[in-house]
Each structure stands twice: as C-alpha cells, then as structure tokens.
Design a protein around this ligand. Structure first.
Ligand code: AMP
Ligand code: MG
Length: 325
C-alpha cells in the first residue's frame, strides 16, 4: 500500500540523518535551533497532530500483523526533552502496543552480566513499539566520559584495553544488524540541545516549584563535562550510523519542532515496514458467513437481524475510529 505522505516525510527527515560512514562534528554539522523554515509553533503543532494520527494508524496495523517490532532509542543530554518527546509523540497510540524502558545506573545484578544484557531483556515483542529512554548507547557515552563506570563492569583484562570503544561500536552495530534481520527495526534519535538552552531549562527547573523534582545537582556536574560529551556523541554518531539503523539528530532547542521530527522519523520507519492487517482465507470467510446466518437467526422479535450492517448503510456519527476491531 503506497502512503501518499511517504515522500514528504522522507524529504523532511533527510537533513537529520547521519549518512553512514561520514564523520560527524556535532557542533558544525547539526544546528540545535533548526526549524526547517517553519516559523510558527502553531504550524508545528498541526504537523505533530497529523504525525500522531499516522502513528496510531500504523501501530494498529503493526500489532495486527504481529511480524515486525520497532525499537526506538532516545539519547540526549540532561534536559534534552526525552520524557516530553515520549509523552507527546506517543500520545495517540494504544498503550497496549507500546513499552517504555528507562535505563539508569546499572544494578549489581545487571553488572553481573555482559553489558548488552539488560537492554536485550527489554526488547519489544513483535507487533510492539519499544522505547528506550536512554539505551545501550550509554555504554559508549556516560561509561566513556566516566571510565569508573567501566571499572565497575567486572570485565576481563582483555576486554578493557584501549580498543574497548571501537569494539563496542562494532558489537552494537552487529547486534542491531541481527535485530533488523530478524524483524526488529531500530530507530535511533539523538536530541541535540544547545548549551545555552540547557542552561535555560535547568534554571526553569529551579524556578518553577512543580519542576524542582526534575532538577538534580548531578546534572550540573555533567554539564561541566559538556565538551567531553559532545566528543563522545560525535564519535558515537560517526561509528554507529549504519544503513540498517541510521542515527537521526533531532534539533531539540524548540521542543515542538523536535517532537515533529521524532514523529516523522518513527512514521517513516512504520511506512517502510508497511504492516498489513492479516487477510482471512476464502474458507474462513465462508465459515464466517455461516456463523453470521446463525447469529441473524437468533435476533429477538423486533430487533434488526444484523444491527451493524443496518447502521453501516446510514450516515454515522463520527467519533474516534475504533470499536470495530
Ligand atoms: P535520569 O535518566 O535522569 O533518571 O538519570 C539516569 C542516570 O543513569 C544518568 O545520570 C545516566 O548517566 C545514568 N546511566 C544510565 N546508563 C548508565 C550506564 N550504563 N552506566 C552508568 N550510568 C548510567
Ligand atoms: Mg536526569
């Protein structure tokens, strides 16, 4: 089925994609304030509404087909907008078809396993969209910027050498290749925030009492390592944007625009999967017709033999779609 929105969405997200094999210098290559020429937030909000409807439609088909799964990896600096992106972009989809996993400092049990284990445990099922709020990429980000995290991972000597990051990039690429080949598409979104916008958002978290809980002194300590993180992000984007799982750098200084972009990238992936409702065989259709005749015979005195067929001919009161599946 060709979706007439496909070409527009593909063109919209093209400037955000990290071309596999290219070397990224985050500060020069991607502008956190980019808005694709959209001047008014109102226009963006309209676009997002369309994106949310598209996602809801495709997610129903993804779940019904039960063949493909989608893993969305969200990475960002603190206050980059991961939580808000999940809240807004997924607001239209059936919660039964979505799982969200947040990854924090690893527990003792997690440290007792290989570094990808805890992420593998949270992978989506077929038919499901799984969201990683932080992901296996922390293993080449926070762990790289703070090597004491690596020391806690109980690795054998040979796995701790200077080639550890190159090796992890390769292992991650191979793991994602394996998932893709087996029906699990990996969507990778990096919310790219400017240092000044992060400062403003931290201040807001301090100024607004209802947001105080979101502020942590550790976030300010991490901010002091800004340049190290920018380097780690740039290297990660260069090494792990692949043909099967490319990175998208989402401009995050305007929250509304970042959400439009995130919805567009996820929509693009679902359009590519093009999930279909299962078709029933002729034989099943004949069986269904037989059951229908029996149910019609059971209609009580005065009732329509098939109330659904009866109302289907009449103009409907249109609410949100549903109720028929
Ligand atoms: P938050 O997402 O703000 O609740 O914070 C989660 C914290 O867990 C962040 O400070 C991350 O840097 C940290 N974290 C996530 N994954 C890892 C990891 N693999 N190793 C060490 N720290 C991590
Ligand atoms: Mg935090």
């Amino acid at each position: 089925m060709v979706d007439d929105r496909a070409a527009g969405i593909a063109a919209f997200i093209e400037p955000l994609r990290v071309e596999p094999g290219t070397k990224v210098h985050l500060a020069e290559d991607f502008d956190p304030g980019y808005k694709a020429g959209i001047r008014k937030k109102k226009e963006g909000v309209e676009l997002l509404r369309g994106g949310i409807e598209l996602l809801a439609d495709y997610q129903r088909r993804l779940a019904a087909q039960d063949t493909y799964g989608v893993l969305v990896c969200l990475q960002a600096l603190d206050a980059g907008g991961k939580d808000g992106t999940i809240r807004h972009v997924m607001s239209g989809v059936n919660p039964q078809g979505v799982s969200v996993s947040s990854f924090k400092v690893p527990s003792d049990e997690e440290l007792d396993h290989d570094y990808l284990w805890r992420y593998a445990c949270r992978l989506p099922r077929r038919g499901e969209i799984g969201i990683f709020n932080r992901s296996h990429y922390e293993e080449v980000l926070v762990v790289r910027v703070h090597p004491e995290n690596l020391e806690r991972q109980k690795l054998p000597e040979a796995a701790r050498g200077p080639d550890v990051w190159e090796r992890r990039y390769r292992e991650i690429n191979q793991w994602e290749r394996y998932l893709t080949d087996n029906g699990f598409k990996v969507v990778k979104l990096f919310l790219n925030l400017s240092k000044e916008e992060q400062r403003a958002r931290f201040l807001k978290r301090i100024d607004v009492p209802e947001r105080n809980w979101k502020f942590s002194a550790a976030d300010v300590r991490e901010r002091a390592r800004w340049d190290d993180y920018q380097r780690a992000f740039s290297q990660m984007l260069s090494a792990t944007s692949t043909q099967w799982a490319p990175w998208y750098v989402i401009p995050a200084d305007h929250k509304w625009f970042g959400r439009v972009c995130a919805a567009a990238v996820l929509g693009h992936t679902l359009i590519e999967i093009d999930p279909q409702y299962p078709q029933v065989s002729d034989r099943t259709r004949r069986d269904l017709a037989k059951v229908r005749r029996e149910l019609e015979r059971q209609a009580p005195e005065g009732a329509a033999s098939d109330p659904y067929a009866e109302s289907a001919g009449k103009p409907k009161k249109r609410g949100r779609s549903g109720g028929k599946g």
